[in-house]
Design a protein. Structure first.
Ligand SMILES: [Mg+2]
Length: 394
C-alpha cells in the first residue's frame, strides 16, 4: 500500500460549491428562513446577514507516493485549512494510505483539547473523505464498494426546496420546506408557517410526503404547537426545531408531537458520542449526520451502526456524493436528501456546483451510482484554489 506523501488544504475563490449557502442575492436558500438569529429583526431576512456563508468551501487533497491524488470538498474554508495544514497533516503524511482508522483516531485524540465538535470535526471530516477517495482510487473501487457494497440497485431522494410542489413533478418522493418564521414572529408567523404547509399539501398528491426544516430556530412550546397545527397535512417530520445541544428539549418535543409526526435532527451534531446522546435520550426518529461535518465517513459508519441497533433511520444531511456512497450501502438509510440549488428551485442542478465535475444528480428522483473509483468526481479546474497555509509550521 502506498504511503501518503502530501496533504493539502485549499480555499476556493468561487461562490457556491461545498458552502452552498454562499449564493447570489435572490436565491431561495437565503430568503427569510427561520434561524436562531430570527429573534433579532435585523437578521431575519437573510442568513448571509449574520454570516452563514462566512466559512466558505474547503478542498482537501491527499497525494500518495505513487502520484495518486484523492480529494474531498466540504465547508470550513480558511480556518479549517489552518487546522489541517498546521495540525492534522502530521498524522497523515507518511502514513500508509489504507490506515484510515488510525489516522482518524490520532486526529481526533490530538484535537480533543480544543476540538470535539464544530469546525475541528469539520476539518477532520474533510481529511477523512479525501482519504476515502484516495483509497478508492488506489484500489480502483468506488467508495460504496469499500463500505461493503450496495444493498439495492438505486437510491431514491426527497428534495429540500422552497417548492416541494415542483419537486413532486421531478420524481422526488417527498419535499422538505424550510420554514420562514420563528417564535419571535408571534402568532402571525405561526399562522404563515402553517398556511404555507397547507398550500403545499393542496398542490401535491397524497403519496408525496412533506417535511419542514426549522434550522434550530424554535423552542419546545412553539414547535409542539406547530406540530399540532400541522396534524393531518401529511407532514412526515419536523426537522431540527431546537438548538443541537438541547437533548432534553428534543426528547420532550418527540413525546409531544401528534402520532405519526416524526422528529429529526443531527446535521449540526458530531461524533459517535454526540449521536449516542441523541439515541439514548430518545431525541429523534431520524438522524441526519452531515458526513462533511460529523467526522467523515469513518465516523458515520459507527454513528449509523449505533442508530441501526436503536432501530432508527439515518438520512444524511446534504453532502452530495459523500452521502450517496454511504446511503446505498445501508438499509437504515432508505432514501437520500437532495438540495435543490437552482435559485428558484425549479430544476435539478448539481448540489456543489460549480466546484465538482461529474457530480451525479437524481433523474426522475432516482440515481444509480457509477462504479468510478473513489467518490467518482473531479475538481473543476475553472474554480481557483488558494492554499493559504502551505507547510506553515512544518
Ligand atoms: Mg436541515
Amino acid at each position: 500500500m502506498p504511503r501518503i506523501r502530501h496533504l493539502r488544504a485549499f480555499t476556493v475563490d468561487a461562490q457556491g460549491g461545498a458552502d452552498y449557502h454562499d449564493q447570489p442575492a435572490g436565491h431561495w436558500i437565503d430568503d427569510h428562513i427561520a434561524t436562531p438569529m430570527s429573534v433579532y429583526p435585523e437578521y431575519r431576512q437573510s442568513r448571509q446577514s449574520f454570516g452563514i456563508d462566512v466559512l466558505g468551501s474547503l478542498v482537501v487533497e491527499a497525494e500518495a507516493d505513487d502520484g495518486t491524488v484523492g480529494f474531498a470538498v466540504t465547508t470550513g474554508g480558511e480556518p479549517a485549512a489552518w487546522i489541517i495544514e498546521n495540525h492534522l497533516a502530521r498524522f497523515v503524511e507518511g502514513a500508509p494510505a489504507g490506515d484510515l482508522e488510525r489516522i482518524w483516531d490520532q486526529m481526533f485524540r490530538a484535537t480533543l483539547f480544543y476540538g470535539r465538535k464544530g469546525l475541528v470535526l469539520n476539518a477532520i471530516s474533510g481529511v477523512d473523505l479525501a482519504l476515502w477517495d484516495l483509497l478508492g482510487k488506489l484500489r480502483e473501487e468506488p467508495v460504496y464498494a469499500l463500505l461493503g457494497g450496495p444493498v439495492r440497485e438505486e437510491q431514491v431522494f426527497y428534495a429540500t426546496t422552497a417548492r416541494p410542489d415542483l419537486a413532486e413533478g421531478m420524481g422526488f418522493i417527498g419535499g422538505k420546506l424550510p420554514l420562514r418564521h420563528g417564535p419571535a414572529e408571534g402568532e402571525e408567523g405561526l399562522r404563515a408557517n402553517v398556511e404555507v404547509m397547507r398550500s403545499m399539501r393542496e398542490r401535491v398528491g397524497d403519496d408525496f410526503f412533506l417535511a419542514c426544516d426549522c434550522w434550530m430556530s424554535m423552542d419546545v412550546p412553539y414547535a409542539t404547537r406547530l406540530g399540532h397545527r400541522l396534524d393531518g397535512l401529511g407532514v412526515r417530520w419536523i426537522e431540527e426545531a431546537l438548538p443541537p445541544d438541547d437533548y432534553w428539549g428534543y426528547a420532550e418535543l418527540r413525546r409531544s408531537l401528534p402520532p405519526g409526526m416524526l422528529t429529526s435532527t443531527g446535521e449540526h451534531e458530531a461524533g459517535r458520542l454526540g449521536f449516542r446522546l441523541l439515541l439514548e435520550m430518545d431525541c429523534a426518529d431520524i438522524l441526519q449526520p452531515d458526513v462533511g461535518w460529523c467526522g467523515g465517513l469513518t465516523e458515520l459508519v459507527k454513528i449509523s451502526a449505533l442508530a441501526d441497533a436503536h432501530g432508527k433511520l439515518v438520512v444524511p444531511h446534504g453532502s452530495s456524493v459523500y452521502s450517496y456512497h454511504f446511503v446505498i450501502t445501508r438499509h437504515n438509510s432508505p432514501f437520500a436528501e437532495f438540495l435543490m440549488m437552482a435559485p428558484r428551485a425549479d430544476e435539478v442542478v448539481p448540489m456543489f456546483s460549480p466546484l465538482l465535475l461529474d457530480e451525479p444528480v437524481p433523474v426522475g428522483g432516482r440515481l444509480t451510482l457509477p462504479d468510478t473509483p473513489g467518490f467518482g468526481v473531479r475538481l473543476n479546474p475553472e474554480c481557483e484554489l488558494k492554499r493559504p497555509y502551505a507547510n506553515r509550521r512544518r
